[in-house]
Design a protein around this ligand. Structure first.
Ligand SMILES: *Cc1c(COP(=O)(O)O)cnc(C)c1O
Length: 459
């Protein structure tokens, strides 16, 4: 029998209490948080969809691994397990453990970056861009055109534009390219997948010009699901085989284990080049820790080794992608405008289309995030002009090209009834849309203002 409901392929052994709150309480909480969801305490939130990073629920096997963790300084058993799991998954020769993804980025891009160097990506994630620019290098994003059109269907909206890739290499000179970085799935581009064909073409171009090709592989398993589902030639391959083939096209990878390794903290850098590995290792030992733990506890490494196996289980991946799509499809049925198709780890609502009466200067995405909280205690993240807007010399806003609200789904944390509740809140939100007002910023720091800025409703 074919079942319509994709059930969570796990039973719940340990639970964490959610504190229920009233409308009146939430109106106060968000006011005290200066209308910035980042400033709420987690206890004030009912459903937390701020990020899928480090918020996963570990399995009973992973918790058992925590107890087995070997805390030896050098050559711990847990390190050997983590290293072997990564070597097996990627096929690369060398691995360095780090405390999270950005530390691995710092090691690699600090090493191969520097003034005059250019990095090219489908879309650099914000910490990736920050590490590259901090080294003095330049970061260029060249996703395909369709990536910027929320309503246009494309099976692999995370793909890189190959013509632009060639042009950028020619224009800057191959010797000045630090690396080509393919982010799978493309987080900042809506969690959209990258096709194997695109990765193959990029690999060929990089080989032709002798340019280093790096995968930012935080969500490589989720990406493999989309390839098996949408790329004919891969329908009979296993998710792990697909991931391995993609790793094989590149020269190395940076991964935040807080995503597809289903742990709360961790990351790594894996490479084939011995010389590059050695110089990254030197910096690792100075800044993170010795090269067989790199800022992680033995128990963390044990949990990563187990998580990297669990993430490729077909039932898990099917549930993971289907449950994200479930939320997206329900919102679509309600007429809530979203980026389509739905990506792997999050649903992105187009707030500009949802609140057309709120001008971008009054941050429609922030308004939607606040309404979601007030009505349902749901915490989501504005990805629009609060996060990416710039201020012109005359003080006016240079808006972001989209005003989105991201609802990221933590792995194995919420059940379908939690998601149905989110849908219900949206149904309610639709009713009184025109009465919702925008916000103004009354206090902001010089960098990354979305984390700490204070807002007030526009009267
Ligand atoms: C999360 C993330 C990173 C950075 O990893 P951290 O563990 O948060 O430091 C880099 N790239 C992508 C695509 C990410 O999603």
């Amino acid at each position: 029998m074919h079942h319509k409901v994709t059930i969570e392929p796990f039973r719940i052994k340990v639970v964490e209490q959610i504190k229920m709150t009233t409308d009146e309480e939430r109106i106060n909480f968000i006011k005290n948080a200066h209308y910035n969801p980042f400033l709420l305490t987690a206890e004030e939130v009912i459903i937390d969809l701020l990020t899928d990073s480090g918020t996963s629920a570990m399995s009973a096997e992973q918790w058992a691994g925590i107890m087995r963790g070997d805390e030896s300084y050098a050559g711990a058993r847990s390190w050997i397990r983590m290293r072997d799991a990564i070597l097996d998954m990627t096929g690369y020769k060398y691995v360095l453990p780090t405390h999270q993804g950005r530390a691995a980025e710092h090691l690699l891009y600090g090493n191969i970056g520097g003034p005059g160097k250019v990095f090219i990506s489908n879309t650099h994630f914000d910490t990736t861009r920050a590490n590259i620019e901090y080294s003095g290098a330049t970061a260029i994003d060249i996703a395909i055109e369709e990536a910027h059109q929320p309503e246009v269907y494309h099976p692999f909206k995370g793909d890189m534009d190959l013509i632009k890739l060639r042009n950028e290499i020619e224009k800057n000179g191959a010797e000045n390219i630090g690396a080509v970085i393919l982010t799978v799935t493309n987080n900042s581009g809506g969690g959209q997948p990258v096709s194997m064909q695109n990765a193959k073409d990029i690999s060929l171009i990089c080989k032709e010009y002798g340019v280093l090709f790096i995968l930012d592989s935080c969500r490589i398993a989720e990406n493999a699901y989309f390839i098996k589902d949408r790329e004919e030639a891969y329908k009979d391959k296993s998710y792990k085989e697909i991931a391995r083939e993609m790793f094989g096209l590149a020269d190395g990878t940076v991964m935040s284990a807080k995503k597809d390794a289903i742990v709360n903290m961790g990351g790594f850098l894996a490479l084939n080049d011995e010389k590059l590995f050695n110089s990254c290792r030197t910096v690792l030992i100075i800044t993170e820790g010795y090269s067989t733990y790199g800022g992680l506890s033995g128990r963390d490494m044990e949990a990563i080794a187990i998580g990297l196996k669990e993430v490729f289980e077909p039932d898990y991946l099917h549930y993971r992608i289907t449950s994200t799509t479930y939320l997206g499809d329900k919102l679509f049925e309600l007429g809530v405008p979203t980026i389509r198709p739905i990506g792997g780890h999050a649903v992105y609502v187009d707030a500009k289309a949802f609140y057309p009466h709120i001008p971008v200067e009054q941050f429609p995405g922030q308004a939607l995030a606040i309404e979601l909280y007030k009505l349902g205690g749901i915490r989501a993240c504005e990805i629009g002009s609060v996060m990416f807007g710039k201020t012109a010399e005359d003080g006016s806003l240079i808006p972001s090209n989209m005003e989105l609200v991201r609802m990221a789904i933590p792995r194995r944390v919420y059940t379908q009834s939690h998601i149905d509740y989110v849908v219900e809140v949206f149904a309610e939100l639709r009713k009184n849309k025109e009465a919702v007002k925008g916000y103004k910023i009354v206090e902001e720091p010089p960098f990354l203002r979305h984390f700490t800025a204070h807002f007030e409703p526009v009267s």
